[in-house]
Design a protein around this ligand. Sequence first.
Ligand code: UD1
Length: 425
Amino acid sequence: MERYWIRGGERLQGELQLQGAKNSALPILAAALLVRGVSEIRRCPRLSDTKRTMEILKHLGCHVSEEEGTVTVDASQPVRCEVPEELMRSMRSSIIFLGPLLARCGQARLSYPGGCELGPRPIDLHLSALRQMGAQIEETGGYLQCRAPGGLSGADIVLSFPSVGATENILLAAAAAQGVTRVTNAAREPEIVDLAQFLTRCGARVSGAGEGEITVEGVPELHGASHEVMGDRIAAATYLVASAVTGGRLKLSGVRPGSLAAMLPVMEKSGCSFQVRGEELRMEAPRRLSALGTVRTMPYPGFPTDAQAPFLAMALTASGTSVFVENIFESRYKHVSELLRMGGRVEVQGRVAVVEGVPRLCGAGVAATELRGGAALVLAALAAEGESSISGVQFIDRGYENLEGFLTQLGARIKRVPCDEKSQE
Ligand code: UD1
């Protein structure tokens, strides 16, 4: 087990090349299972979650290799249609294999991914959509036993909530199903567009991705293709906040500024200024940030729930009161109790968190219990006076490639050390 040691108070400035998006790479890797041939996925972030997804592909019989951020998947001949419980449970997004497995093999046996650290995360929308497409799904003993004896067929699916994962599962199943699938109230996240672009490169017929209604015309076979994963908008937000809370300046390359549209105005409100040129974004922060106003998480194009924790860390030292309303997940303020240990003033009531900005935070020993909340602890530690120790680094590794390396490059004093090692600088 490892932890981060951080001495806060350094101004973070410099340049960064942004990692590929975790939430694009995972469904795109799963999509490679549909391809009767070789897919090349470039700019695939090196994360524990992508590693586990590659393990699932290998278990299913694909040949998978990785070199300098390019993952090659040869899915000419998958041999299995079940994913072991240990791999399913390691990551909620493993459910994304259900659609491709059913479409490719006509059957699938997966354990239920279960609840997680953000509160209950049901998969009813995934299952009901696949049932409408002809899948027979039995839920017994924590397992999903799924068959599509006659193959999957297109359907008109109306989602009661624009779930990202359900939309992706439907796209993946529909790309290789018979006939036309129409998804109404589809998720519009940029990662859905990225997935649709990969599928289109492989010969799928997808239109409307990024809009509320997506149409997919199934094709008999998908062929191999090469695709570059989009930049990670949540990692981008995290690095921007890291620099902003230390009064710094940052140039980010490889980012689609449009994908940050809901987040940049909040940072501007706090006094940060931006210059955009193509896929390059420059930010300059004031000496002290101002309050962020009210931030409400919403499906895209609203403010992303994944950026709530990093922005809450930003509000801790801003002057004035900021309010957060978490509308996507029930239990997404677990980082708050740890932030209080660093001197933050935050009150949580249900889905609302009120943050009274304080002039300074002080370093403390804290524990990360999930990915974005863990990132928030790192951000607060960078802004704090003195030393912090953050355990639970394995959660942060799920979504950030070489976090300590990039932060060090910007001037932070951060080290990854074994949990039982006392050593500091
Ligand atoms: C994806 C992202 C995650 C992000 C989330 C919301 C990936 C790998 N993960 O997760 O980082 O926080 O989108 O932007 O891309 N729901 C149901 N029934 C379902 C499915 C979802 O009730 O069948 C509910 C969930 O409990 C949650 C909400 O819908 O409250 C949003 O979930 P969803 O959009 O599906 O998120 P994920 O795809 O799991």
